[in-house]
Design a protein around this ligand. Structure first.
Ligand SMILES: [Zn+2]
Length: 342
């Protein structure tokens, strides 16, 4: 069967690998349907100095699959069922896992597609406890974007930033996968949404998703526009994932007591910070990584009810992966790129 593997930095190849054997205790065999691409795939592809990794590694951190074989001891899944796959291999036993705070697992063995083999392969065996059934009305693409895209945003906005109805939020990069999800989820809360985009072509698309104000950050300094729009008060919440390029100015966008939640740093990981501003303005900075499995279930329920829907830029097959990653690196996308596996 086919798998898409990173052989060395910037070199991905489709290879033949052995089919998985019979599923073990508590496992099922999945036919992987769709993989959604994320910035973690771009980092992996272009090489990360800080991550020690085995090569070759099968890529793909976010995916959906169909159950094709059920192993012993699995009672909650059946053949033919569509599932969304949790992106990290947690232990299932520690205090955090038992309390369903999955992304705080004390013995996590890594993130699929980055530290461990990922989901860009036709079939694989996985523990049933790391699979979330897709409800009726959610297809293989909806289930594929639930773990990293929608799950991460659910966890950021609701578990961490505790976004309240009617609040004002600045969402960076409204054309990105998580940005487009955040706009829809905040819209549903009745929030006032200010978002940034990098090209005029993305302005109308961001408005169509529910943004009230869209700033082209290449033309205007977003912090000035935010202060003007909020009558110098600032926003309640900043949704960060850009990092070095925006951090200091994002800090200036918050009202006193405001919250900044971040899950990424696509423009760089290092920055400096004015500590007096932090404590005098009583700002709250919240780091967020991944999600709880309940966040995936919540996101898919909202998809099934028609409240949110994945924004898809393009679908590609294994041969289209290089072009897809180059476009993501160049920010030339609106929404998600989906890799069709089978
Ligand atoms: Zn654990």
């Amino acid at each position: 069967m086919r798998a898409l593997q990173l052989i060395e930095d910037r070199r991905l190849e489709t290879v033949d690998i052995a089919e998985p054997g019979a599923p073990g205790q508590g496992e099922v065999t999945l036919r992987i349907r769709a993989v959604a691409l994320n910035h973690i795939d771009v980092w992996g592809w272009r090489g990360m100095a800080f991550a020690k990794r085995k090569m070759p590694i099968t890529v793909g951190a976010e995916a959906s699959g169909e159950v094709i074989r059920v192993g012993p001891g699995v009672s909650n899944l059946r053949e033919g069922q569509l599932v969304s796959i949790y992106g990290a291999r947690t232990c299932g036993l520690c205090k955090a896992c038992r309390e369903k705070r999955d992304n705080l697992c004390e013995h996590v063995s890594g993130v699929h597609g980055f530290h461990l083999d990922g989901f860009a392969q036709e079939k694989m065996n996985l523990p049933a406890r790391l699979l979330v059934p897709a409800p009726p009305g959610v297809d293989e693409i909806g289930a594929a974007v639930a773990p990293v895209t929608f799950g991460t945003v659910e966890h950021m906005l609701f578990d961490n930033a505790k976004l309240q109805p009617g609040e004002t939020i600045l969402i960076h990069a409204g054309g990105s996968g998580i940005g487009s999800a955040a706009i829809q989820l905040a819209r549903r809360m009745g929030c006032t949404i200010i978002t940034t985009v990098g090209s005029d072509a993305k302005i109308e698309k961001a408005k169509a998703l529910g943004a009230d104000h869209v700033i082209n950050y290449r033309d205007d300094r977003f912090e000035g526009v935010v202060r003007k729009l909020t009558k110098k008060k600032g926003v309640d919440v900043v949704f960060e994932h850009v990092g070095a390029d925006t951090w200091a100015r994002s800090m200036l966008c918050m009202k006193r007591g405001g919250r900044l939640v971040t899950c990424g740093s696509t423009s760089g990981v290092s920055t400096s910070m004015n500590l007096m501003q932090l404590f005098q303005q009583q700002l709250k900075i919240l780091g967020s990584f991944g999600c709880r499995m309940e966040n995936m279930a919540d996101a898919m329920q909202k998809m099934a009810a028609g409240h949110v829907s994945p924004v898809i830029d393009t679908e590609v097959d294994f041969d289209g992966i290089d072009t897809a990653l180059q476009r993501m690196e160049g920010r030339d996308v609106f929404g998600k790129i989906i890799l069709r596996v089978s």
